[in-house]
Design a protein around this ligand. Structure first.
Ligand code: GLP
Length: 236
């Protein structure tokens, strides 16, 4: 594992965007696994700049996002589909039909999980998976549990995750209590993993995830078993 520490969020974002852009340049038909949350916002802005400068062409790329809140559709400005459309897809030349986010409004979320896993498998898996990390060690929305879940599945969000994500909503009561998330199989099958984290408050969980025991109580700790993980961390 490569653990890179930089001294600003700007440097983190530039470096992460460089690594993602390199993947697209080296394999234009790649599958990018994408993440939401505040951590990747700078990375997405840098990717948009690279596209504007003519340095990277996303027209052959397919994307698969990690997760989506249950019950929020693309018109809801807190849905992850809305987040991706507004913070990245609208600013680059990726084909909208090649961008995939789990459907949190599907009638049967178990079936939606099966559809999503088949989609990823049919695409040949993920070339580069971008991840953030939750304060409780979650990746995607794989929350601490007694076991790791392989498939894309419905989860009940941890109270601490609802608390942490309430900052994006008008009130805590508006945060959905459930979500659908890619499971550990698709994440761990990604050829490369790039995890980005910033802020003092992420220091402890990063230490637990990458230096502590591998346990489903710290979901990101499973990444210790992946052969190609790069972590970029900025304290600021
Ligand atoms: C969210 C997302 C995760 C994200 C994490 C950290 O709940 N589901 O994919 O990595 O929490 O978010 P942030 O980057 O805002 O700290």
């Amino acid at each position: 594992m490569k653990f890179i520490t930089v001294d600003s969020y700007e440097k983190l974002s530039k470096l992460a965007a460089n690594l993602i852009a390199s993947q697209v340049v080296l394999k234009p038909h790649c599958v990018l696994g994408l993440a939401t949350g505040s951590s990747p916002l700078g990375t997405y802005a840098e990717l948009a700049k690279k596209y504007d400068a003519g340095d990277v062409d996303f027209s052959s790329v397919t994307s698969v996002n990690l997760d989506e809140y249950a019950g929020l559709d693309k018109t809801n400005d807190q849905s992850y589909r809305y987040f991706m459309d507004h913070n990245l897809f609208a600013h680059i030349n990726i084909c909208p039909e090649k961008t995939h986010v789990p459907n949190g409004c599907a009638d049967d979320l178990a079936k939606e999980g099966e559809r999503y896993d088949k989609l990823i498998a049919d695409l040949g898996g993920i070339d580069l998976q971008l991840l953030g990390i939750g304060l409780d060690g979650h990746i995607g929305f794989n929350e601490p549990d007694e076991f790791f879940t392989k498939e894309t599945h419905l989860v009940t969000l941890d109270p601490s995750t609802i608390e942490a994500n309430a900052r994006f909503f008008a009130s805590k009561d508006e945060v959905p209590t459930q979500a659908i998330t890619m499971g550990m199989m698709s994440i761990m099958n990604a050829k490369k993993i790039l995890l980005i984290a910033n802020g003092q408050n992420k220091k402890d969980i990063l230490d637990k995830a990458f230096n502590g025991p591998i346990t489903p109580m710290v979901p990101a700790s499973i990444l210790q078993l992946h052969p190609d993980v790069t972590v970029i961390y900025s304290e600021n």
